[in-house]
Design a protein around this ligand. Sequence first.
Ligand code: ADP
Length: 290
Amino acid sequence: MKPVIQRALEQLNDPGPIKVMQSVSGGDINEAFYVRTSHHEYFIKANTNVPSHFFTVEALGLERIDQTNTINVPKVYHYNEPDEGETGVLIMEWIEEDRQAHSAEKFGQNLAKMHLHPAEQFGLDQPTFIGRLTQDNSWSESWLDYYRENRLQPQLQLAIESSTLPHKRRDKLERLISRLDRWIPHHPSPSLLHGDLWAGNYMIGQKGIPYLIDPSIVYGDHAFELAFTELFGGFPSTFYAAYQEMMPLPFEYEDMKPLYQLYYLLVHLNMFGESYGPPVDRILTRYTGG
Ligand code: ADP
């Protein structure tokens, strides 16, 4: 991988040499490295098995978040669009972790500011990725329609194709999707969402400043974002308190939450298999009955 990274750095006008190159763990998809040359430190992701626009989409997401001027993201220095068989590379600012007492509160405030940044519609003007799966976005006037047609339906379809939907699960999921209007709103106010916000996708940098990383952006209901933060253990309570002070969650949030988590559970079911079946089934049973 070193020669590939060396070449990418040259395109960035850093002639090297690479003095330090260490693997960084924690991601789901890519190889990741800390790289130091005589000139600079970098965080670099590389992958030979992703579509050519994979890192373009990540860079665009980071740029859209940056444009809101509400929350930090790492600066993107370089990315390529590799031909088949070549390696995709994304070179970014290295964030040195420095968690401080106020970091979670600051994160809650900054995320609320990002969600409060005005937006007009739901969806996005281009496809994105969640893990390795593609999300075919489109614009919609209705969040409910977007969520049903661009999120739940495609995961249902994928699960049918990969045979992860036993008859009963499929039947319940189809019934639930047809009744979604009981719980999911047509017109919440649209927010720019990170879209894949679990604990591994934010960092606390120098002076305790929060950063969003690895987004899968979409304009949607902010409750969708918060529901996912709660799925795998949750964030610190000071994060939620600070967030809600600036941007309260709707009264019906607790009823919507499992339906928003359902999307991410279906994604996990489709990517990682049956260990995510039981939590999917619990939600289906709760909303469709026995
Ligand atoms: P993947 O796309 O494979 O999921 P991530 O973007 O989540 O990879 O990055 C993997 C890990 O690398 C993160 O969990 C985090 O610990 C670390 N990381 C991500 N971005 C940076 C950065 N800009 N600086 C330093 N470390 C980072």
